[in-house]
Design a protein around this ligand. Structure first.
Ligand code: NAP
Length: 474
């Protein structure tokens, strides 16, 4: 009776995981999606805990307690802007756990723990399918572990955010990748008799490839890399499912693996870069650069808060374009407050949300939701791009690349072809940023030098708070 009930619980959990992913496709249903995923995971964990194979509960209880304490403390303390780092950190441990399970299972099935250990295990001996699953599990799990640690280090600034490149790096990485696949092939061909060192080399190359493949990628591309590593962790978990004959791990791992891969591809497309360019292109640092000498010599309209406030007061329609700078300065609550003051003044305020604004998917949506900005005032690129030409004022809050008109016209630009907002078509544009520095892509922005653009330089949150005060004072 117990086994059919466990299978039923796994089926319910799998359906909840699929519904959770469905919910995460829109901000309105996002919270519900997360809740469904959590309930699904709880059911899956409880069903696993009543399995016959569990020998003792002491270590599981200790791990659960310690993990829950650390996880809760981390989640309560980490701010929203540090979310990519937090995700990289947890992927690292997910990858490590998967790799360790694979190492233990391999040693157990090959009888390398000694006779006593074999006696307490249900089976001894290793099939080709199990060997293949263990090989991929350990390889992808160790790669995810070290790759995620490097991604975390780059985002945190512990390791340089600039791409670290060396001669022949892609050839070395590709060679190591295919060499490891060859070794896994040998392990599959001789599951019972392959020399032990082969398995150890698969672990070692997985660990080394994590370092070697992520070091050459620029810090600001880390969100795409983290999403890719997420998919590796999912595939590793899926392989664990085959090795341990666990249907729930196979399903959850496959969902994780495919959704992570799709997200990486969607993010690359939204930046108009090929997936290969992100992974092998050594592009982008974490921080922007000073403008080029040519741009630095050009004049621009530097405006005061008072000038900007009077333009906003006189506007009937305003579109706010938030970007990475809003996240850095944590200006979302101030933006909401300013929008409230403008709306009281009879101004229509809408928000234009670019798919790659900020540094992670949905970055702007999450921040604006935190400040209780109504969902129905947020517009995607396609929904709002034609409206800029009949809008009085665009307020650019710490955005740069996503409002760069050069992406439409400058064929030499690294962001040429990336879809951008037509902000320059509005009657007036107010740009809030600290300096004339570039954004993520490191390219100058023509928008800042146009006659209808006012640059209000300073931290976005402070500037917006002053703007609010001015607008309210009327
Ligand atoms: P961006 O091009 O990186 O520009 C952000 C701007 O914010 C900078 O120019 C910076 O100028 C300003 N800034 C920083 N701190 C500020 C503060 N405290 N107050 C005011 N301004 C501040 O950002 P974006 O327009 O959002 O574009 C995102 C870029 O990241 C795109 O190129 C995208 O392809 C890339 N990317 C996105 C994702 C994703 O998933 N969203 C993932 C990977 C890469 P100052 O230094 O002068 O202040």
């Amino acid at each position: 009776m117990r086994d059919p009930l466990i299978s039923l619980a796994y089926l319910v959990a799998s359906i909840l995981f699929i519904l959770a992913l469905r919910g995460l496709t829109s901000p309105e249903q996002g919270r519900r999606g997360v809740l469904l995923g959590e309930i699904g995971m709880l059911i899956a964990v409880l069903a696993t805990l009543v399995k016959r194979e569990i020998v003792s509960y002491e270590w599981i209880a200790a791990g659960l307690l310690l993990g829950s304490l650390i996880g809760t403390a981390i989640s309560l303390r980490i701010p929203m802007t540090k979310m990519p780092e937090r995700i990289a950190f947890s992927h690292a441990f997910g990858g490590l756990a998967t790799a360790l399970v694979g190492v233990v299972e391999y040693h157990k099935l090959r009888g390398l723990f000694g006779e006593d250990a074999i006696r307490v295990t249900a089976e001894h001996g290793i099939s080709r399918l199990t060997m293949g699953a263990l090989g991929f599990e350990v390889f992808l799990g160790s790669l995810t572990f070290t790759g995620s640690i490097i991604a975390f280090g780059k985002l945190q600034g512990v390791i340089t955010g600039a791409p670290v490149t060396w001669k022949g790096q892609n050839a070395i990485n590709i060679g190591a990748f295919f060499g490891t696949l060859g070794l896994i092939g040998c392990l599959i061909a001789m599951p019972e008799s392959a020399p032990h060192w082969m398995f150890l080399v698969v672990c070692a190359t997985g660990l080394s490839l994590g370092f070697l493949a992520v070091l050459p990628i620029g810090g600001a591309d880390m969100p795409v890399v983290i999403s890719l590593l997420n998919s590796y962790a999912g595939l590793a978990a899926c392989a664990t499912g085959f090795a341990l004959k666990s249907n729930i791990l196979i399903i959850a791992g496959a969902l994780d693996g495919s959704s992570g891969l799709l997200l990486s591809i969607i993010m690359s497309r939204a930046m108009n870069r090929s997936f290969a360019n992100v992974v092998f292109g050594a592009f982008g640092g974490v921080e922007g650069k000073a403008p080029s000498a040519g741009a630095a010599a050009r004049s621009y309209n530097e405006a005061t808060v008072e000038d900007a406030a009077s333009v906003l007061r006189a506007s009937r329609s305003v579109i706010v374009v938030p970007g990475y700078g809003m996240a850095v300065s944590q200006a979302q609550h101030a933006v909401r407050d300013l929008a409230g003051a403008l709306e009281k003044n009879g101004t229509q305020v809408r928000y234009a949300i670019h798919p790659v604004a900020g540094r992670m998917p949905g970055h702007m949506n999450v921040l604006l939701a935190e400040a209780n900005v109504p969902y129905d005032t947020l517009y995607d690129l396609d929904a709002i791009n034609d409206d800029f030409s009949h809008t009085d004022t665009v307020l650019v809050v710490g955005a740069n690349d996503v409002v760069n008109p050069g992406a439409k016209t400058d064929t030499a630009s690294p962001i040429y072809g990336m879809p951008v907002f037509n902000v320059e078509l509005a009657r007036s544009v107010i740009v809030l940023k600290r300096s004339m520095n570039t954004g993520f892509s490191g390219v100058d922005n023509e928008l800042f030098y146009l006659p209808n653009t006012m640059m209000v330089l300073g931290d976005a949150k402070k500037t917006i708070q002053s703007l609010s005060n001015e607008v309210k004072a009327g």
